[in-house]
Ligand binder design. Structure first.
Ligand code: NAP
Length: 261
């Protein structure tokens, strides 16, 4: 199926690893002009080396998106090099987990910086430019933890809940200007970060990482974690004109684990 993404200028934040990397690779396969953004030149170079060649060579840009000025600067740099942005996919950063009695003001601020502002800073710049051009599509990779409170993921969950509200509210505000904004809520998705978490839990409990993973998977109706590539497929669809009447949607991709309406 041709998604009509060829030659589109696509920015993927958090593209050096995990879900963002899978999204960047998928857009390159579709023939898009892809900009990968993360904080580390080294991680980005490693990511570029792993992406299968497409029609256009992807380009890497370094920025810490927690910083509003760096976010604005990187969007300027992408547009100067690749042209006006058609699609923004945000997948940068994740908040740390804390037992509730270890929470303090810094932990809450850090989580909002790491997960909320790292999405809002580039979005704020891009959405206004898309609106001025009368077209564009934005996909926020958020997280199911914003729907169900988990005591060890409260600041991160709060950031996710705030991102869902911002997605839906901005979609309503910018729909009349031709910009669609949607979110995907992944459940457990097997990225390097999740594998590191399994390894850490294995060291803590003495159980094998495979055994911990098997127990987690048994609780999911589809009986497994998702893959970054599966998240990327739905991201491609939402970004494309095949989803031209979809905006303000928050799509769960958790293998049925949430079981909420
Ligand atoms: N994997 C899951 O199970 C899961 C579940 C629910 C939600 N999510 C959400 O999905 C998103 C992606 O998760 P993931 O598992 O793919 O994470 P990941 O593998 O840790 O990748 C995160 C990416 O973000 C970049 N990044 C982090 N902070 C940044 C910043 N301040 N500025 C620019 N880039 C930054 C990292 O690159 P550098 O280190 O090179 O900067 C990396 O490329 C996150 O927001 C996460 O909360 C994931």
């Amino acid at each position: 199926m041709d998604l009509g993404l060829a030659n589109q200028v696509v920015v993927v934040t958090g593209a050096s690893k995990g879900i963002g990397f899978a999204c960047a690779a998928a857009f390159v396969r579709e023939g898009a002009r892809v900009a990968l953004v993360s904080r580390s030149r080294q991680n980005l170079d490693a990511a570029l080396a792993r992406i299968e060649a497409g029609v256009h060579r992807p380009v890497a840009f370094v920025a810490d998106l927690v910083d509003a000025a760096q976010s604005a600067r990187v969007i300027d740099d992408v547009e100067a090099q690749l042209g006006p942005i058609d699609v923004l996919v945000s997948s940068a950063g994740a908040a740390k987990r804390y037992p509730p009695d270890e929470l303090n003001a810094n932990a809450w601020h850090d989580a909002l910086d790491a997960k909320f502002f790292s999405y809002i800073h580039p979005l704020d710049v891009v959405v206004k430019r898309m609106a001025a051009r009368g077209r564009g599509s934005i996909v926020n990779i958020v997280g199911a933890g914003g729907k169900t409170a988990n005591p060890v993921h409260l600041p991160g969950g709060a950031a996710n809940a705030a991102l869902m509200l911002a997605t839906v509210g901005l979609a309503a505000a910018y729909g009349p200007k031709g910009v669609r904004i949607n979110a995907i809520n992944p459940g457990g998705t097997l990225t390097g970060r999740v594998q590191e978490g399994l390894n850490a839990e294995a060291r803590m409990t003495g159980l094998a990482a495979d055994e911990i993973l098997a127990r987690q998977q048994a609780r999911i109706p589809l009986q497994r974690l998702g893959t970054p590539e599966e998240i990327a497929q739905v991201t491609l669809f939402l970004a494309s004109s095949h989803a031209s009447y979809v905006t303000g949607a928050v799509i769960p991709m958790d293998g049925g684990a949430g079981a909420v309406i």
